[in-house]
Design a protein around this ligand. Structure first.
Ligand code: ADP
Ligand code: MG
Length: 391
């Protein structure tokens, strides 16, 4: 028996739904204003569109339903569509404009990028391996992918991707210094990588930064980096455990969606459950579970569940989210990590498993954000409305 979400919870979850072109969330824009929650868990939310025929409507519907269905206790979601009044449109445009001014657009994570945060309750379960391989498989499919190594002191992304050196900075139009991510062409796409490992010279340095950046480091990666405006995805390797970084991410990038990594041992999911609980507390949407180090497949093709089985499915069931996939335990995964060549770029059972996970993300669970050209029309409509108000 779970407690029902309040209207405030529903609206907080909807802050994760962003109008990709206006770069503001639908609550801030005044599009989502009300929600009712019935005692049996049925939720009705009223969403006002700028124009009834907005081509982004289908995408908005999916996003809204996903975010609300992800709340514990919700049994169904109904959207009552409405059309904004001229006043509401003017408000929405104002909010979008203010947002654009305060966020200096292209220097932050672009609103059109899907943000996937890879988390787990504890270290050593394969978060970084999953992060690099999902990023690599996305790039192989032609996407531009930002990679944020948010495991500030335990960074391993540079090693796993085979990159080194120091990130450079440039002064942008507004006179601010911005860090330039490390570009790594891959397949038909590319990775743009930031990591503490590309900012400090050695581990002693990293230790020195420790006190300074505890709360600031991830903010730094989100705000002081010259992120390319064309990013389709941003994949974040979260530090083990929960807490500050996760809450910071939820606050700064509410559109982030979490993928929780766990091992197949029954009982291991208890630790991972905390990551889910924490995500929900900070109104982050949990996309699903990836089980890592599942059965060892021997040379004869036989499957041996060395670390037990069922942990991923148990966590998914407990959290009410899909089990996105299971990665077999395969020496090639860790060799790929040590050699800076993610296994997803190669062949074998693990490579196939990563491929299937990414296909599911791209086709179903977290498709690239469509830029339907809705806001251009919206802008016209809003301008007309403003003119009408002035007249
Ligand atoms: N599916 C797998 N098969 C074999 N080794 C793996 C697999 N996943 C991860 N590893 C290895 O396990 C260790 C921990 O993985 P890592 O991704 O660094 O975990 P985390 O980031 O959660 O601490 C690494 O040495 C990695 O190469
Ligand atoms: Mg790691």
């Amino acid at each position: 028996m779970s407690e029902l979400p309040t209207e405030a919870d529903v609206l907080a979850a909807l802050r994760g739904v962003i109008d990709p072109e206006l770069g503001a969330d639908i609550v801030e824009l005044g599009m989502a204003q009300r929600a009712t929650i019935a005692a049996d868990g049925r939720v009705v939310v009223t969403v006002a569109l700028t124009t009834a025929g907005c081509p982004l409507k289908a995408q908005l519907r999916r996003e809204i339903e996903m975010r609300i269905e992800g709340l514990p206790g919700v049994t169904s979601v109904k959207i009552d569509w409405a059309e904004m009044t001229p006043d509401q449109k003017a408000h929405a445009m104002n909010a979008a404009r203010l947002n654009a001014q305060s966020n200096a657009g292209p220097n932050r994570v672009p609103a059109g990028a899907r943000v996937l945060a890879i988390a787990s309750g504890k270290g050593g379960v394969g978060k970084s391996s999953v992060t690099t391989n999902i990023a690599a498989a996305l790039a192989m499919r032609g996407f531009a992918v930002g990679v944020i190594d948010a495991d500030i002191w335990g960074f391993s992304i540079p090693r796993m991707l085979g990159i080194e050196g120091r990130l450079e900075a440039k002064v942008d139009e507004s006179g601010e210094r911005r860090i330039i991510p490390h570009p790594l062409p891959m397949g038909a796409g590319r990775l743009d990588v930031v990591s503490m490992g590309l900012l400090v010279d050695d581990e002693t340095d990293a230790l020195m930064w420790r006190g300074l950046v505890l709360n600031r480091a991830v903010q730094h990666f989100l705000e002081d980096v010259a992120w390319a405006p064309d990013l389709d995805y941003v994949v974040v390797d979260m530090p083990p455990g929960t807490g500050d970084v996760q809450m910071g991410l939820a606050r700064m990038l509410p559109q982030s969606e979490m993928i929780v990594v766990t091992t197949p041992a029954v009982g291991a999911q208890r630790v991972a459950t905390r990551a889910v609980t924490m995500a929900r507390k900070s109104h982050l949407h949990v996309l699903g579970v990836v089980e890592n180090m599942s059965a060892f497949i021997c040379a004869h093709g036989e499957s041996h569940p060395l670390f037990g089985s069922g942990g991923g499915a148990a966590l998914a069931a407990e959290a009410g989210v899909p089990l996105i996939g299971s990665i077999p335990l395969e020496p090639a995964v860790s060799e790929g990590g040590d050699n800076g060549a993610p296994i997803a770029l190669g062949q074998g059972a693990a490579a196939d498993a990563f491929g299937q996970i990414v296909d599911q993300l791209v086709n179903e669970l977290a498709p690239p954000v469509a830029m339907a050209g809705c806001s251009a029309r919206m802008l016209d409509a809003a301008m007309a409305a403003l003119d009408a108000l002035d007249a």
